[in-house]
Design a protein around this ligand. Sequence first.
Ligand SMILES: NC(=O)c1ccc[n+]([C@@H]2O[C@H](COP(=O)([O-])OP(=O)(O)OC[C@H]3O[C@@H](n4cnc5c(N)ncnc54)[C@H](OP(=O)(O)O)[C@@H]3O)[C@@H](O)[C@H]2O)c1
Ligand SMILES: *[C@@H]1O[C@H](CO)[C@@H](O)[C@H](O)[C@H]1NC(C)=O
Ligand SMILES: *[C@@H]1O[C@H](CO)[C@@H](O)[C@H](O)[C@H]1NC(C)=O
Length: 329
Amino acid sequence: MVHLLKVCEETMLQFVLLVSVVAGVYLLLNKTLFRRSRCRGNLPMAGKTVVITGGNGGIGKATALGLARRGARVIMGCRNQSTADAAILEIQQETGSTDVVYRRLDLASLTSVRDFAENLLKTEPRIDLLINNAGLVGDGRTEDGFGIQFGVNHLGHFMLTVLLLDKLKESPAARVITVSSMAHRWGNVDFQVLSQTRDLGTGSYSWQFFAAYCNSKLCNVLFTRELSRRLRGTSVSCFCLHPGVIRTELARNISLWQKVIVEPISRLFFLSPEEGAQTTLHCALQEGLEELSGSYFCCCGEQEPAPHAKDDKAALRLWEESERFCGLA
Ligand SMILES: NC(=O)c1ccc[n+]([C@@H]2O[C@H](COP(=O)([O-])OP(=O)(O)OC[C@H]3O[C@@H](n4cnc5c(N)ncnc54)[C@H](OP(=O)(O)O)[C@@H]3O)[C@@H](O)[C@H]2O)c1
Ligand SMILES: *[C@@H]1O[C@H](CO)[C@@H](O)[C@H](O)[C@H]1NC(C)=O
Ligand SMILES: *[C@@H]1O[C@H](CO)[C@@H](O)[C@H](O)[C@H]1NC(C)=O
């Protein structure tokens, strides 16, 4: 009897211990990796024009909605007109804005990027905010033969930004915001591989293309750093950010067994797209961020990026290689 009681007690103890460890881990994750934050910036948006890439879904749609709600004209650069039109309708219904428009942009084609930019330069009297938001995890090549993640996540946005820069400089206080990721911490840029393969990683399967994704997100941080250097003394500032770990379509192309692992964690922890838009909105709407131009943000605040993301030599070299790839040099 005494023995049985003791076993019972031990089991109870183990159970309580287990529950507290699980609760502790849950709380810890909620305060770190899955932390929520809210944009408190209030810069006026009426009369301003925003260009956002990939506004048809995920974080981009929530960002476009937030800016339309504050009265901005929003131009959605998307490759899929049907999903873009659906997103625009939803944004109009939710915000009452009638100034959200679709323009065709496929970042996996430098010709498309050029057409999109030229169209904007011809038709838009002003551009105040460029949000390089689109991105993908996946395998393949762009129209111009670049690795798809390098091509879309970095190079297409690089070219778009460079082509719109003079127009942005005409705005009294323009910003360029690039959605990077904490994944940049695991990235590296191997310039030899880049010149040989027009890609940031070799191979195509699972972790290899995840590595290439991390590398492309490191490019986003290096690009922002070099851009801020080139923009010193102008009215344009630039920022990059990690949006949080967000429930979106980003991982649509991962394998089934990976989905089986990710899905339950996603349901338990991942933030909503609206929560995922907060740091982008912070970079767009917070007053007085100009002196932090070139910085990396997370959870609506400045954060240190990885040390190798502050390598100015690599940032300059990436810029020059990218110019050459785009025929802008
Ligand atoms: N979700 C996360 O946890 C997370 C974490 C860190 C960083 N991020 C970053 O956040 C950004 C937004 O991603 P998300 O999570 O919102 O994913 P998402 O739901 O998949 O949205 C990605 C957007 O990019 C667009 N896009 C992809 N390829 C394109 C191309 N060639 N031309 C034009 N648009 C293209 C997609 O358009 P289609 O619908 O036509 O494909 C879609 O609108 C990405 O840069 C991503 O790297 C996300
Ligand atoms: C656009 O998105 C819809 C809905 O996801 C899809 O059925 C269609 O194939 C896409 N079109 C293109 C051109 O990618
Ligand atoms: C996603 O997977 C489909 C089917 O396997 C493939 O056709 C497509 O090219 C992939 N897209 C990317 C971006 O990897």
